[in-house]
Design a protein around this ligand. Sequence first.
Ligand code: ADP
Length: 664
Amino acid sequence: MFNKILIANRGEIACRVIKTAHRLGIKCVAVYSEADRNARHVAMADEAFLLGPAPSSESYLRADRIIEICKESGAQAVHPGYGFLSENTEFANACERNGIVFIGPPSSAIAAMGSKSAAKAIMETAGVPLVPGYHGDDQSPDTLKREAEKCGFPLLLKAVAGGGGKGMRVVESLKAFDEALTSACREAKNAFGNPNMLIEKYLTQPRHVEIQVFCDSQGNGVYLAERDCSIQRRHQKVIEEAPAPGLSDDTRRAMGEAAVRAAQAIDYVGAGTVEFLYDVDGSFYFMEMNTRLQVEHPVTEMITGLDLVEWQLRVADGEPLPLKQDEIKIRGHALEARIYAEDPDQDFLPATGTLRYLRTPDESAHVRVDTGVIEGDEVSVYYDPMIAKLIVWDDSREGAINRMVQALEQYRIGGLKTNTRFLHRLADATPFREVQLDTGFIERHRERLFAPGRLDLDRCLVSAAAWFLELARKGDRIRGDEHSPFSAQNGWRLNSEYARPLKLVVGDMTHELSVRELPGEYEITLSGASHRVNAQLEKDALQLVIDGHRLTLHGYQDGDNLTLFHEGDQFICRQHRDTFAETDQGAQGSLSAPMNGAVVAILVGKGQQVEAGQTLVIMEAMKMEHSIHAPHDGIVSDIFFTEGEQVKEGDALIALATDDEEAA
Ligand code: ADP
């Protein structure tokens, strides 16, 4: 076995690989960019080398530097993780040329699956069922349009070099085809340097079911059951589970065998995943093969009790597969939720910022947290905004869901937007519990999943008031000064005779409360009702008894802003001070950039009449395109940027006047 390996990656997957390597007594070399100097993966490794500046192209994608570092450090093998260089044939070749073992398949196998269209052609020959469509080399718009008509609508345009949902467009009708093609090609060219497209019939209610395969260099191949990854947003996985609920043993075997056949058709070695669409009628179609360890591999580990990174290391070292097909058993049910820095309410726009407050559930036989960050770390624009993977296991699916719901309630993040509340809603949604799974799940259940917070507003306001009161009281105690200017300034100088006002701002609403301090408790009045509140604040935990109801909330305070966490929901408010000027709302009628990024296309001209919902500007951030739509009918009165320019979040992009304003 190797005694030293290099991990050519960052974040949670680098940490996860190091964990197994260390368990096997293998030393680990990490690499890092300037942005990751203090990252967890760097701290966990035995040694670490700087690659270069933050952008991936100057750091984690620097194949030449990584090979050099292998030689310098004496690393015998490279684990590429997922993303970055994991499916880069040149890198795999370069490793081989330099006598370094690439912990992954041979470069020929990566190449065979590197193009979705070429992969489909190989699978066709191997007798693996395909989604009908076009995967030819002729890429002229006319041919594509003709093939689109032949295929019928709705159809899916997919970048042949694609991944991560980029360069993919659902096209509902012939009328929409040209615009979708232009946009998909542009996104694909930007993200992958290759604008080529394939066309597939768009299945309207499929499930995404994928098979984990493993092959050794002796020619053995096995499948390690399947994962259901149907819960997706923007064609990207959000919650994954294993095994796929409701799949019959026969189907599992048929898919597993097709997947192993697919892998063996390209002389595969190592861990791979064959993705299928599983249709309502029980038929399944090959979609693509990912020639690496997948993000969601932990759910397979939880139900098989195996360590897939250990298998990868053994197979890369030339050992045969540790188990035969009939020795692989599955037990119980596992779920994984991907915790992202993003805003589900803004079409899952990636978020950036500092993880100012971070609490994770305790790990156990039932709960696993794979993460690459700690409190205080930054989620930057440079890399994928995934914060962690939360994985749970139990005997039954129902038990696993309960565990997931509970663990998400214990996962508390402050300082930037995340999807934890959304994940909690998803996992707890009745249709999810009832296995109504397909890739349209999130869209179909929008109302339920995106509804405003379930928390009772008055109760939250009372709790927030108690937080601020307790904090002020503690501040007094620490200072030993009953009349400190600090407390006076906060307005918390209380005694039983006077009721003091307290203003809390939620969104753009100001709520007026009044507070009296009684012996051992507060009387907090709002909306004409008085509540008796006993409160105790210990670090971030607020123990409350409100009118006899005892509960615990957790909170994170940043200046006057408070976030309270309760049962997977969050309540955010601000303590209002009268001296504060209201913040500038920005120019009226202007549309601003929702994030840092580049303007890739401006689809309207100055003076143009536009309709509500019409796409005005296309921005790109993190290699994904985001459309900015007109909020109402109107006339474009100004355009502040040109195509290709970089903009910052909040920059005004376009001024849109209503027809009356324009007339005036
Ligand atoms: P990527 O490599 O960009 O992730 P995939 O080919 O793996 O793209 O597809 C991602 C997701 O898009 C799938 O999990 C599925 O939800 C959806 N999808 C892909 N092909 C089809 C299709 N033909 N019909 C319906 N949905 C599809």
